[in-house]
Ligand binder design. Sequence first.
Ligand SMILES: O=C[C@H](O)COP(=O)(O)O
Length: 331
Amino acid sequence: MMQTPTVTPSIHQLPQAMEPRNPGIELDLDWVRRAQANTSAIERRAKTLPGRRSVKKDYQAAWLCRAISCIDLTTLSGDDTEGRVRRLCAKAHQPVRVDLLAALGMEGLTTGAVCVYHDMVPTAVEALAGTGIPVAAVSTGFPAGLSPFHLRVAEIKESVEAGASEIDIVVTRRHVLQGNWQALYDEMKTFREACGDAHVKAILATGELGTLRNVARASLVCMMAGADFIKTSTGKESVNATLPVSLVMIRAIRDYYERTGFRVGYKPAGGISKAKDAVTYLALMKDELGNRWLQPDLFRFGASSLLGDIERQLEHHVTGAYSASYRHAIG
Ligand SMILES: O=C[C@H](O)COP(=O)(O)O
């Protein structure tokens, strides 16, 4: 008789009181200019992270289920179709096989959201109707963010009108590279206003910002302008989410919380496809910001293929053996 691990059902429940949204503050240029990132210290700390924490087997499934509840299940391809988006939505609603969820005591577990291009918002909204799973739209000329400003603002408004309740905007990298913090702040503030009640995630495209210090400064400016989340990458840069960049952004979030009392969420995105990496990110959030940031209203993975690996790990964990399909896959 195989032992099946049980997972506390409350693991994926949202906190009782939802977080008040970050209203932003006046641009504080002194604070921005003082922000530093000690690259060698950050890199040393990042090297200690992967594999550092051994999650005991009984708890491993719980961590992986938590990771699922924090995934923005994403498809952002030029060849996206309504059919693909409907299948993605079905997967978001039923991320893992029913029997596995039942064995884990995690019936009803869903991903945090589905993330699509504006064009696919109506399809996703329709497919997710009644599930409570939010639709996130990438907006503002994703991924480069270089279309005319008024069109980027209009795109946000159209996505919100189409039913997206989360908007992932991309910032103008030029503003960061030129140290034009006022321009970045004004842009972010306009985007935030255009979102209305929809939550806004600011994508910094950190792989194109040159230095970790720029990442720290851009993180602060976007939070000052009212970002609900800061997000690393579009997934289209040559370097996407990394642990050093995550440490810098998470510490900027902590700094902002300590100074203003507002909790801003964090979304690493791009290239996160292994269950082991998801656990490393969760452990990092817990270490640096505490348990409150392990809930989907304050933490998301932007990922298109992470769920598949988590499902395989959970299956292995529950059955204690590779399933027939997995055996077939590995010959
Ligand atoms: O925001 C989400 C990313 O575009 C997903 O990137 P990925 O396909 O590398 O997981």
